[in-house]
Design a protein. Sequence first.
Length: 611
Amino acid sequence: MLHDSAMTDMLMPQSEVSSNIARIRLAAGSFQGCILYFLYHASRNQIWPATDSAIFAPLLLIFGFIPIIFISGLGHLTSRVLQRWLVLATAIVAGLGFYDVWRAGGLHDLETGFSVAQSMHFPTLPMVIAIASGLFIAHALILAAAHDKRYIANYPSYFETAWKLLIQISFSVLFLITLWLVLWLGAALFMLVKLDFLKTLLQESWFAIPVTISAFSFAIHITDVRPAIVRGIRNLLLVLLSWILPVAVLIVGGFLLSLAFTGLTPLWGTRYATTILLGTAALLIILINATFQNGEVSADIARLLRSNARIAAFLLLPITTIAIYSLSLRVQEYGWTNDRITAASCLIIAACYTLGYVWAALQKHGWLISIPNVNIATAFIVLGVLTALFTPLADPARLSVAHQLNRLKDGRISASQFDFDYLKFNGARYGITALQQLGTVTKGADAATIREKSRLALQKANRWIQPAPQKITATDLHANILFWTDTTTPPDSFFDQDWHDARTWQLPSCMKQEDKKCDAYLIDFTHDNKPEILLIGNTPGTGATIFTQNGQQKWVVLSVLPYYIAGCDALRLQLRQGNYQLLTPPLDNIQIGDQLITLTAANSTNTCIKK
């Protein structure tokens, strides 16, 4: 508990928002709109501060978020507490904005040699989302504490405050959308009589930005002074959500039961099992809380909902456990990446909810009475996780780059298989630094390969632009292509032919790069007693192509196979065993005029079937 003087200082004495506060809020919104317009104008015209990323990005974040905190807190926090909170929030947002620019390479660094040519002016979307989420949670915690005059408020206060803020923001956005629809409708009406002044005005940034921000501030104020309306909307929404819980429990329970018959193997083949399971856990947590509400309405909750909420709490345990296991398998096989570190962070939060909710469900006295403590504690954990992820402490780019480099150094992955492009396009500043260091490697059998691939990755401006095809010789082709035949000798003419003038996009990677491998099969696709050559890349995305000889005895591309063929181990195994047959197409081709159109059945397989 706070001392009496501190408690009195945290809460404004008046119970209703005065008209004076309304004017201050509108003035703050107008000021915010003007500043944001200035920053937008600077960005469009490349004038200061847009020319200095270290200043521009933090300013954009500060004036994008801090005025909203001021508007929301005004009338609910005393000036002293509000000032301290604004100063702290400004420092945090500015620091995160500066780091966001620095990690993306937007600042020149004499040690690493970063160039300002690709300077980043705008904060990245993940950083904006993280700041918005963190400020929302922190602001709700502070408002609730001020309301209860305690450092740690009662759970009903947190519940009321968080839901009020969420509904305020949602309806303010809805208000903005409606306002602009009305404005554009007015512009359309005037255009009917050949008057375009309103349309021209709406397209002017000096008008649109300040008006939008001011209208948002006005909407925040209106929803703040009508708490009964906000509370009614919230209660209706929670009641509707709570009745979805039995459906979710039935579906999730059925899914878990089905695993007893199918096993977990089908999950790993999807490559996104962790994401789906995390989403499922999040849905159950939301629905449990929608049913539990502020913890003071348990007597009014239907018995069906009460029992399903308890069951849902138990269902979280296998869902979260399988998600953790799924992620661990991917990490063991491919190492840590940005996405996997982010997923692991989400799993930490999910585990906190899961263990807490299971503990609450096991308690026989009361109905999930421990959920308030779990939610409050997890809110602080979420703030800690967000802080770690978007600072050097646990930046996914820093951690993933370090782990991938260790895999390369320890020999867990060869230089030919290592994804150097990941360091360039996903490793942020840390990845660029790593590539520069790899470019100086002199020790080890793969030192030359590491230096060359690092150099090529640094030169790339786009992840999908591949380097120019290498000068693959006949010897390289012999090394890259393994023919699976016992009776027919692979034709030397195929290896001796110069493939550099061919359409490179049609060729498998094994014909363009030294480190790519293909399986080859001699199959008579054209039924002319002359076998064609089927090349299939050993790894996904490396291509699969059929070659035939034309009248001049030159090998040409007969057909390019679907993308999923390359790297499909099941298909490669069947081909090696000779378990295949040539079939007549299910549909005849059609020639319209001089153009031949090849028809493909609509239900044809477009994935690698693993059997």
